[in-house]
Design a binder for this molecule. Structure first.
Ligand code: KG4
Ligand code: ZN
Length: 340
């Protein structure tokens, strides 16, 4: 099938995004971030839904304009069904339904977690597309999973977090350090200027391919409380070293589990996905793994790591090729496994 234009709409959390792809190639990918949450130290669901409602029409219009097409050329509308914040999901879901009905074209529901992984199938001139089966470490603000991908829509969770997601570990550590939300990118930035061995944090003991990050967060909190008591300028004086030590511990945990997954499955094609896959240290460590352990690694372009609609559109495109459409009675789902 050729000449397929898919409009993707993403509104699961605090980014309103729309993207048009043509036969798997991105023509536009507009993301409106919501600044409003930064001063609250986390996403405020009520404010997120309101901002989505404000942003969705201009964001979609911009995506269509930038793609240099008319809405009548669209073949289908793909939207994020879940997982995410219900109020946020409802805005994108309702908008997608109305537009698909108005244009009399198919509606396609997309699982946000599958979309993070399937972003690897966006066609770019220099893209390296993973062969099946491959392993994907999905690391975001809401999830931490090791997934085995046998086919586009055949996935198996090999391990996942039993408490906090890795993005949460970053954001909560940042919050304790007095950094604004989302703190992950800032911790990463400061970490690159510090000594990763300056402070030691213990890694959690959790079974097999599962993860746990809540203990690390508490450890960091107690460590900072104790040191700030002795020196009120401790954080300012050691910010780079603290960030580097936190980052080192987190990435050691992730790489350790990936190594275990490779041993267990024998699969050496390793992808990363989700917001935390923008992290500089995990990218560096994967390059080293290519050299030393003979892995082939797949790292998404920066714009397809954090939440974006291009990943929704490519997933919609793959479903469109299978004629896997949704009924207009479909509802958003706040909880949705990657395998659903
Ligand atoms: O995938 P995403 O945009 O949203 C969810 O679906 O959760 O991921 C957002 C998460 C946030 O926790 C943010 O702090 C984290 O990704 N993040 C990073 C970096 N860039 C974004 N964490 C560490 N290093 C980064 N460079
Ligand atoms: Zn996400």
């Amino acid at each position: 099938m050729q000449n397929i234009y898919i409009l993707g709409i993403e509104s699961s959390c605090d980014d309103t995004s729309a993207s048009v792809i043509h036969d798997g190639k991105v023509l536009s990918n507009i993301v409106a971030n919501q600044e409003v949450h930064s001063k609250y130290g986390g996403v405020v669901p009520e404010l997120a839904s309101r901002a989505h409602q404000q942003n969705i029409v201009p964001v979609v219009q911009q995506a269509i304009e930038q793609a240099k097409i008319t809405k009548e050329q669209l073949s289908a509308i793909a939207f994020t069904r879940g997982p995410g914040l219900m109020g946020s999901l409802l805005v994108g879901t309702s908008f997608a339904k109305s537009l698909a009905l108005g244009l009399q074209i198919p509606l396609i529901d997309v699982n946000h977690m599958q979309a993070h992984i399937l972003a690897h199938f966006i066609k770019e001139d220099d893209s390296k597309i993973p062969p099946f089966p491959f392993i994907c470490l999905t690391i975001s603000g809401g999830h931490t999973q090791i997934v085995k991908i046998t086919n586009h829509f055949e996935m198996e969770i090999l391990g996942e977090t039993i408490d906090d997601a890795v993005g949460e570990a970053y954001d909560k550590s940042a919050k304790i350090l007095g950094l604004p939300y989302p703190g992950g990118p800032l911790v990463d930035k400061y970490a690159q200027l510090g000594n990763p061995k300056a402070f030691q944090f213990t890694k959690p003991k959790v079974g097999d391919l599962d993860f746990s990050f809540s203990g690390l967060k508490t450890q960091i909190l107690y460590f900072l409380q104790k040191n700030v008591k002795e020196n009120s300028n401790f954080i300012e004086e050691n910010l780079h070293d603290i960030c580097a030590s936190i980052q080192y511990t987190i990435i050691e945990i992730l790489i350790g589990k990936l190594k275990k997954a490779v041993t267990q499955t024998g699969i050496k094609h390793i992808a990363i996905a989700g917001g935390v896959s923008a992290n500089s240290e995990i990218r560096k460590r994967l390059k080293i793994a290519e050299k030393h352990w003979n892995w082939t690694t797949y790292v998404p372009k920066f714009e397809y790591t954090t939440d974006n609609a291009a990943m929704i559109a490519i997933t919609g495109y793959l479903k469109y090729l299978n004629e896997d459409y949704s009924d207009v009675s479909i509802t958003a789902k706040a909880r949705l496994k990657v395998t659903e």
